[in-house]
Every structure is written in structure tokens, then in C-alpha cells.
Design a protein around this ligand. Structure first.
Ligand SMILES: N[C@@H](CCC(=O)N[C@@H](CS)C(=O)NCC(=O)O)C(=O)O
Length: 249
């Protein structure tokens, strides 16, 4: 990136602001690393809606891409252009379009719909399955200012108390194993969902496991599960970026 550009990423933080646990923010973190881009990250909490109101979004990730005149943003010159993008999928598309000379996230335009399918699968099948295991861990580790909001909104979504949602862990683990079957099968013939090296579809699934890793001490995968081996490989990508991320105590 030329020195006149700046990327800023708003991402969800736990009570410990170093712990960034949003699955969707992790998709973007990995996408930025894939493209070799650096971003300043700003911790954000569930109830700080006014802090991202400028984006028109009530959720993170939110990415701001500023371009400054004269190649030097240290002069205090106002940005000549400032793009604000919310929603991890839209951010991934933006990065691919704005940084075409960097490694591709999708392996060509023809693969974008397939990656979108994987992203939707991760959000609608894998995320709820993992939520049934870690919901109370999230509650325990978020800032106390966020707790009532989190409990109210999530209990409304699940139609029961957080404690009741996670009550039958063994059943939820069995269900998760089943949900992960397509990933397990895809990994029989290759190291990553996208092939020999990871790309955005991997990050869509991996983001969900970073969510669990950063906010819960519990590992829902068995060590001999190929999904666990794939997760290890992805934890090591980009110099161990994800492996070195702060986790909740
Ligand atoms: N489809 C959105 C989902 C974003 C989302 O749900 N973010 C959560 C954090 S993981 C959030 O900001 N939640 C705020 C809230 O629940 O009020 C994306 O992919 O970016």
C-alpha cells in the first residue's frame, strides 16, 4: 500500500479489549493478511452503536479506507476519499476489487458465488451450531456493560435462556460433528477448502473457530478430526497471526 492510504477496522472486543472474538471480524483479519494489507484495529463493544453510526451499520466489522493527499497522512491533511464498508462479505469483495494486484481472495470472479455459498453456510449452519456450545462463555467474557444487551437479544433469538441453550453439550457436539461433514469430506483430498493454499472460503469457516478459540476455553473438535488439522494449518498461516491472537482467560 502507498503511504497515503490507511485502513481502519472496527472489531468486536471482549471485556479484555485485547480479545477480539467476532467470527466475521476474523474473516476480514485473515482477508487483510492474505492481501498483505495492514489495518489499525479499533476495539468496539456490542452497545457502542454510536461509535459506528457513521457507517450506517449496527454491527462490526466496519472497514474505513482513507486516502490522503500528497502521500502523507501525517501532515493532518483531510482524507480526499474515505470509503466506509460494513459487513464482512462486502468488505471481502471491496478488498478484492480495490487491491487486484494482491493475492486473490476468490481465485477468479467465477469463484465468488461459490465462496458466497460457503460464507452463507458458515453463518447459517456452523455459527448457530457453535453458538449452542459457547453462548454462556461469551456472556461471561464480554464487558459487563454489554451483558444485559447480549442476554436479551440472544435469548430472544433462541427462545430460551442462555443457560438452557447450552445445557445439552453432548447433543450439541454430536450435531456439530454432523454439520461439519462437508468440510471434513472436502479436506480428504486437499489441505485447504480452497485447495493447496487457503483463501476466502477457508477464512469464512475458520472465523467461526477463532470465535470459539478467543472466547471459550473449550475445544469442540476432537484432535484426530481432519477439521482440527486444517484449523492448525490455518492458525499457522501468515506467521501464526491467528495462533498468537489474545484469548479470554
Ligand atoms: N453479516 C454480518 C454480521 C455481522 C455481525 O453480526 N457482527 C456481530 C459481531 S460477531 C455484531 O456486531 N453484533 C452486534 C449486535 O449483536 O448488536 C457480517 O458478516 O459482517
Amino acid at each position: 500500500m502507498i503511504s497515503a492510504e490507511k485502513l481502519t477496522l472496527y472489531e468486536l472486543a471482549a471485556a479484555d479489549r485485547a480479545v477480539r472474538f467476532s467470527p466475521h471480524c476474523w474473516k476480514v483479519r485473515m482477508a487483510l493478511a492474505h492481501k498483505g494489507l495492514e489495518a489499525e484495529t479499533i476495539p468496539w463493544r456490542f452497545t457502542e452503536k454510536e461509535q459506528i453510526a457513521f457507517s450506517g451499520s449496527r454491527t462490526v466489522p466496519v472497514l474505513v479506507h482513507d486516502q490522503h493527499p500528497r502521500g502523507d497522512r501525517a501532515t493532518g491533511d483531510p482524507a480526499i476519499s474515505s470509503e466506509v464498508i460494513s459487513d464482512s462479505w462486502r468488505i471481502a469483495l471491496y478488498l478484492e476489487e480495490r487491491f487486484p494486484d494482491r493475492p486473490p481472495l476468490f481465485g477468479g470472479a467465477g469463484s465468488i458465488p461459490l465462496s458466497e455459498f460457503i460464507n452463507s453456510w458458515a453463518d447459517t449452519a456452523l455459527l448457530p451450531s457453535l453458538a449452542r456450545i459457547i453462548l454462556v462463555d461469551i456472556y461471561k467474557h464480554i464487558h459487563e456493560r454489554d451483558r444485559e444487551y447480549f442476554r436479551t437479544t440472544r435469548e430472544k433469538a433462541f427462545g430460551k435462556s442462555l443457560e438452557d441453550v447450552v445445557a445439552d453439550r453432548d447433543a450439541h457436539l454430536a450435531a456439530l460433528k454432523q454439520v461439519l461433514s462437508p468440510v471434513r469430506r472436502a479436506l480428504r483430498n486437499r489441505d485447504f477448502i480452497c485447495g493447496a493454499t487457503p483463501a476466502y472460503a477457508d477464512y469464512c469457516v475458520f472465523g467461526m473457530f477463532m470465535w470459539v478459540r478467543c472466547i471459550s476455553g473449550f475445544d469442540p473438535l476432537e484432535a484426530n478430526d481432519p477439521v482440527s488439522t486444517w484449523r492448525d494449518r490455518t492458525l499457522d498461516a501468515f506467521g501464526g497471526l491467528a495462533r498468537s491472537a489474545a484469548v479470554a482467560d
